[in-house]
Design a protein around this ligand. Structure first.
Ligand code: NDP
Ligand code: MG
Length: 380
């Protein structure tokens, strides 16, 4: 039995990870953590019998404790709860599927405790990659990508020398507003932005995909995972989401991973790496597909992607500002407090106002996050 714990078990990636565990039958779930959805967490607890469950909300944690009083499963709360789940004895792999940079401390603690990380939580790597990657090397733990593009890159790197990589071709669907110009985006409603053409995902990443900020975060995520400058990561729009990303080598060979859009493939690949397991589901049918399209991304309209390159190039605390401003702005948009185009305007404003800190410590990253939130609040 492979022993794993999941942060964010009630979300899109979390529930699909549990599906993979259910379908394979040889994964033991030792710990689960969620934000506040204790109804679903209780179902998961009763099915998978973890040793420990954590809930961010202290109130909900108490309520869950009462609801599962008939079991011997312990409930923990808040950041302490997340850290406990991340460092549980015997866990081999921690699946980080929380959304946002709340994942930084649990990820660092898990690495220190020697756990391999199946990483979905890209915001953590974007803001703290300079701490996490060297730490993982020092502790000899693997960071296994779950994000579909990075899994595709990881798969395309197998059997090749990483120093022979010329560049990374990061594919993007282009989201629901591909081909639109700024004037078409003035009155976008939350409902419109939540309609992704190819993937069904959590709300925050779905909005990020529509602004292409998600692709920007992924450019920086690729920089850390694969040790390349952001200028060697080229975004290619591939509207059918069949090619999940590619690697171009120095001899001009391009290796890619293709498949129907299904997050269970990258999740399962990360959990069983380097082995491949059966995975039922739709297959690519090239006869009916007929063709694949490619486009250059429109970085003038979707300039959040351009800002991500700037942040990734500068490094330091600027990617934290990019990410934190986006996290807060997306929240405000989902709460219908700001207009769609203000999301990226807010990111740009916060980045312009920031004094970059080189090689920030964890404390400085968290302070930068707080200062970014303060700036956004004070302007409202
Ligand atoms: P969801 O919003 O669907 O799920 C987020 C999960 O995190 C939920 O279980 C939520 O709990 C939990 N959570 C949120 N805040 C806290 C907290 N403070 N403490 C503990 N748990 C918390 O997100 P996704 O699954 O879509 O995304 C998760 C991560 O994976 C993101 O970083 C995203 O960018 C990345 N990713 C997602 C993909 C996808 O297909 N969904 C693809 C590639 C990457 P609750 O339900 O109780 O609120
Ligand atoms: Mg992705």
């Amino acid at each position: 039995m492979k022993k794993i714990a999941i942060l964010g078990s009630t979300g899109s990636i979390g529930t699909q990870t549990l599906e993979v565990a259910r379908e394979n039958g040889d994964i033991e779930i030792v710990g689960l953590a969620a934000g506040s959805n204790i109804r679903l967490l209780e179902e998961q607890i009763r099915e998978f019998h973890p040793r420990l469950a954590a809930v961010w909300s202290k109130e909900k944690a108490k309520e869950l404790g009462e609801r599962i009083a008939d079991t011997d499963i312990r409930v923990a709360a808040g950041m302490d709860g997340l850290l406990e789940v991340s460092t549980l004895a015997d866990v081999e792999i921690l699946v980080t599927a929380v959304v946002g940079m709340i994942g930084i401390r649990p990820t660092i603690e898990a690495i220190c405790a020697g756990k391999d990380i199946a990483l979905a939580n890209k915001e953590t790597l974007v803001t703290a990659g300079h701490i996490i990657m060297p730490l993982a090397k020092e502790k000899q733990v693997s960071i296994l990508p779950v994000d579909s593009e990075h899994s595709a890159i990881f798969q395309s790197l197998q059997g090749n020398e990483s120093r022979a990589v010329h560049k990374i071709l990061l594919t993007a669907s282009g989201g629901p507003f591909r081909g639109k110009k700024e004037e078409d985006l003035l009155d976008i409603r939350v409902e419109d932005a939540l309609k992704h053409p190819n993937w069904s995902m959590g709300q925050k990443i779905t909005i990020d995909s529509s602004t292409m900020v998600n692709k920007g975060l992924e450019v920086i995520e690729a920089k850390w995972l694969f040790g390349v400058d952001v200028d060697r990561v080229q975004v290619v729009v591939q509207p059918q989401s069949i090619i999940h990303s590619m690697v171009e080598y120095v001899d001009g060979a391009v290796m890619a991973q293709l498949g129907t859009p299904d997050m269970k493939l990258p999740i399962q690949y990360a959990l069983y790496y380097p082995k491949r397991r059966d995975l039922p589901g739709e297959r690519v049918d090239f006869w009916s597909l007929g063709k694949l399209d490619f486009e250059k991304p429109d970085m003038d309209t979707f300039y959040g992607l351009k800002l991500a390159y700037e942040a990734g190039r500068a490094g330091g605390s600027l990617p934290t500002v990019f990410n934190a401003a986006n996290e807060r702005a997306v929240r405000l948009f989902l709460d219908r407090q700001i207009k769609y185009l203000e999301i990226v305007e807010i990111i740009e404003d916060c980045m312009q106002a920031h004094q970059n800190i080189e090689n920030p410590t964890l404390r400085q990253i968290l302070d930068t996050e707080a200062a970014t939130y303060d700036r956004i609040n004070s302007r409202r």
